[in-house]
Design a protein around this ligand. Structure first.
Ligand code: ZN
Length: 81
């Protein structure tokens, strides 16, 4: 399995002030991975799998699931599902 991309970058604070983004919503990573896996499976071959539809499914799912933010790569190890 390939290395998962880490969503980072800079977060705007105020007037020219930024901080490094060192947190992520683990639920987002789970949903994105599962949508990719399920959409490539036999059961969902009749569904449109274009980028717009995948993004619609991901956003609809994330709006109905709890957030689970962690601060570091190491913090992800504490999540038990
Ligand atoms: Zn589509």
């Amino acid at each position: 399995m390939s290395e998962k991309p880490v969503r980072n970058g800079r977060v705007f604070l105020f007037e020219g002030e930024y901080m490094e983004r060192e947190y992520t919503n683990v639920m987002e990573e789970i949903v994105v991975t599962w949508v990719q896996v399920l959409m490539s499976g036999m059961e969902y071959q009749t569904f449109c799998s274009c980028r717009k539809c995948k993004n619609d499914i991901i956003t609809l799912s994330l709006n109905n699931l709890p957030n689970y933010y962690v601060t570091t790569e190491g913090g992800k190890g504490y999540l038990e599902i």
